[in-house]
Each structure stands twice: as C-alpha cells, then as structure tokens.
Write a protein that binds this ligand. Structure first.
Ligand SMILES: [Fe+2]
Length: 241
C-alpha cells in the first residue's frame, strides 16, 4: 500500500464517527487525534447518523446546515490557513491547538477559530445520540464532583445559559478533577492560550447556529433538549480516555 494511502486510511479511521469506526473511537476515547489526510488536508468527518436522528430535539435542517455548511466551512478555512503556512502541515489538530501560542502570527487567529471549530464540532457530533443513560462510572464521578447527576445538570445549564454571545460550555477533567467551564467563540481547553486547561469530557455548542431555527432566542429550551440527545455512552468513554 502506498504511504499516502496508508496515512489517509489511518487519518480517516481516527476522525471517523461512523458506526463502522466506533471501535476506533472507543479505543481513542477523548484522544480524537484528528489527522490531516495524505494530501495534508483536514476533512469533514461523517456524522455517523442521519440528520433527522435527533428529532424532535434537534431538527434535521439544523443538523444539515450545522454539519454540512458550518463545520465544512471551519475545515475549509483551516486548510486555507495551513496552505499559507506549510510548516504547520503534518501535525494533528490537537498538537496545533496545544501550541497556538507559538503558531505564526499570520495564521494564528485562523487556526484558533477554524481549528477550534473543527475540533469542537467533531467532538460534539459524537456526543449526540437519543435514549442513553449515564453509566456507572459517569454517575459516580458526577456524584463525587457535584453531589448528583441532577446537580451537575443544573450547574451545566447555568454555565451554558450564561455564555455571552457565541461559545461552548464544557465538562472538563483537570488533573482528574471535574469542572464545568465555558469558552468564547471556538476556543477550547486544549488550547495553550486558554485560561482554563483540561481534557473535555462533554461539551455543548451554544452558538445560535446550533439552535436558532428551532428554538429562536430560547437558548434555555435548547439546553434542556440537550439532555434528551446527550450520548452518555460517549461521555463514559471520554471519562475513561
Ligand atoms: Fe456549531
């Protein structure tokens, strides 16, 4: 097999979230290790489920636009930035985000915004599935950190609702301690420039593009709906990661 072909397959397996690739994701856990392909390009990963799979909580049109347009645009613009700075080619997305502080200034904002957008959305898609329940380890971890699963949910709702403008709410593990934090825009806690550092366990996109078609300005309703589509199985894997 040609080296480029092998590299492409490796990259595709690591970013893929399709059913056939679940084993890789399970093994990889949170370590998504999003790779550039053989052509040194990042690619839009498949959702792994139908656009209408989360109805009625998240509508098909929102999913289609969110994945096919917004996420695709982050991938395209990230690739455009890397084309301007070939020294950044050949690295995983995690490595690029973890070294933003030393990224050439000419493309730093683009890698931050679009690289962050690519990572955050890839992480988010895997966290969406109907009808799952918190696993044993997740339940115990949330009880230890917040008192109960419900207490965690209340705190997470509060942080999600209070994000000003566009951003994300996260449950992160910081030195094995769970914390709820938020980041602006497409920042995340893997970025060396982020004031909060930690391994994301669970995240919620609270940009208006994630909910406006169905919920308009009622972000609180969208946050409530999230509990119906949160993939607790993936949360458990991320905790184990
Ligand atoms: Fe988004």
């Amino acid at each position: 097999m040609k080296p480029n072909r092998r590299k492409f397959i490796k990259g595709a397996a690591l970013v893929g979230i399709g059913a056939a690739l679940q084993t890789n994701r399970a093994e990889a856990g949170i370590k998504l290790l999003i790779q550039q392909t053989g052509a040194d390009k990042f690619e839009l990963p498949p959702l792994g489920y139908a656009y209408d799979a989360l109805e009625p909580f998240i509508d098909a049109q929102t999913m289609q636009l969110h994945h096919g347009k917004h996420h695709q645009a982050y991938v395209n613009k990230l690739n455009e930035a890397l084309d301007k700075e070939p020294s950044l080619k050949g690295h995983t997305l995690e490595k690029l985000l973890g070294k933003l502080g030393s990224c050439p200034e000419t493309v730093r904002s683009a890698v931050r915004n679009h690289g962050g957008g690519h990572w955050n959305h890839t992480f988010f898609w895997a966290l969406l599935k109907k009808e799952t329940q918190p696993g044993k380890k997740t339940t115990e971890a949330l009880q230890t950190a917040f008192g109960s699963v419900d207490a965690f949910k209340k705190e997470f709702e509060k942080v999600s609702a209070s994000v000003f403008g566009s951003g994300w709410a996260w449950l992160i593990s910081e030195n094995a301690k769970l914390r709820i934090v938020s980041t602006p825009n497409q920042d995340n806690t893997l970025m060396d420039i982020s004031p909060m550092q930690g391994r994301p366990i669970l995240g919620l996109d609270v940009w208006e593009h994630a909910y406006y078609l169905k919920y308009q300005n009622k972000r609180a309703d969208y946050i409530q709906a999230y509990w119906n589509v949160l993939n607790w199985d993936q949360v458990e894997k991320n905790l184990n990661g």
